[in-house]
Design a protein around this ligand. Structure first.
Ligand code: NAD
Ligand code: G3P
Length: 328
């Protein structure tokens, strides 16, 4: 299959960064942005100031407002918008093409993963998931990043990984699409928790303990849903959990910081917080944990914090008072 041209759907931070990576690797790339002003700015000034500040984008990136078919399609809109964005694309344009899903979240209501949404909207598309520790600002600036690119083992992921690779973006091919999708969605929920721990001044010992227990909880959920715990040792698991749980550069961590300082979810959202996918994913993760009969006290704790039913002091006291048990 020819894998030369790339269309990236989503004119935000991540879509622009991925378009930049493809362009600097010498691939013809079209970036689809729904906002005409952003289309115009990218084509004339070669910047996307709203999402990437003054960073100079590759002049070869062509922005369009309507979908343009390509050999590889990359979806980079928020998880809750993927269905709507796909609805605007003729499914025939996606048939038998690799569609790379990059949103890290689970859909409210349906509880679906991104590849399940794609399966419903474009059943003949070939789904892949790209995830791992990668801030848009780093990728767009050409700083070194490594990610996991997962198919389901039936198709040749290595060929696609080579087609997406560039001097600063190194995709590792993998076959556990379910594990990678769940890990990417859950790390945002745990990043909220870690930010809250710092916001409440509970110390870095607590945050590290939380990360380790989050990893264990993630492994229980992933395996219950058909993924592999081994996947979590890689970039999409440990790699992204580490990144998102340790720095306010993560929007989820920053949202958690505000929660930990005592602000309510509504106040933070009203204050114009950046996209924090964990906010919508946390209740979905709780429902899935219940459906798959997985003990997920940290997902439950984040939901308590988000809904404001208990203070962080009360929530942490509850976690510390859980029955003692063996670690594994
Ligand atoms: N920003 C990062 O560092 C980063 C890194 C890896 C993965 N991601 C993931 O990528 C996804 C997108 O994040 P982002 O950072 O680009 O968000 P963003 O807020 O910067 O941009 C989102 C873009 O999607 C567009 N959009 C929203 N709804 C749409 C719709 N229905 N149809 C078409 N376009 C629509 C918006 O106009 C905006 O341009 C998230 O799931 C995020 O977890 C982001
Ligand atoms: O800013 P966040 O929290 O959405 O994190 C961005 C990426 O997912 C980090 O890998």
């Amino acid at each position: 299959m020819r894998l030369e041209t790339v269309t990236v759907v989503g004119g935000g931070a991540w879509g622009s960064a991925l378009a930049q990576a493809a362009a600097t690797a010498g691939r013809p790339v079209t970036l689809i942005a729904r906002d005409e002003k952003i289309v115009d700015e990218i084509n004339t000034r070669h910047t996307n100031t709203r999402y990437l500040g003054g960073l100079a984008l590759d002049v070869r990136i062509v922005a369009e407002s309507l979908f343009v078919p390509a050999d590889i399609v990359v979806m980079a809109v928020p998880a809750q918008a993927t269905r709507q964005a796909l609805a605007a694309i003729d499914p025939e344009f996606l048939a038998r093409r690799p569609v790379v899903l990059t949103a890290k979240g689970l859909e409210t209501g349906t509880l679906e993963r991104q590849s399940e949404i794609l399966g419903a909207m474009a059943p003949l598309a070939v789904p892949y998931v790209l995830s791992g520790p990668s801030f848009a600002a780093d990728v767009a600036a050409g700083r070194p990043t490594a990610v996991t690119l997962a198919g389901d083992g039936a198709s040749d992921t290595s060929e696609l990984a080579a087609a997406l690779a560039g001097p600063s973006l190194r995709p590792y091919a993998a076959d556990d699409r379910v594990g990678v999708e769940i890990a990417g969605a859950l790390k945002n929920v745990y990043a909220l928790a870690c930010g809250a721990v710092e916001g409440a001044g509970l110390g870095f010992s607590a945050r590290s303990a939380l990360m380790a227990r989050a990893y264990a909880e993630m492994a229980r959920i992933v395996t219950a849903m058909g993924g592999s715990a081994t996947t979590l040792t890689g970039l999409a698991g440990l790699g992204d959990l580490t990144l998102s749980c340790t720095t306010p550069q993560s929007r989820n961590y920053t949202f958690g910081l505000a929660l930990g300082r005592g602000e309510s979810t509504q106040e933070i959202l009203a204050g114009g917080a950046g996209l924090a996918e964990g906010v919508a994913t946390a209740p979905v993760a709780a429902e899935l944990a219940e459906r798959f009969e997985v003990d997920a006290p940290l997902v439950a704790a984040v939901n308590q914090l988000l809904t404001g039913v208990a203070s962080i002091t009360h929530i942490v006291a509850g976690l510390m008072a859980r029955p003692l048990k063996r670690e594994s």
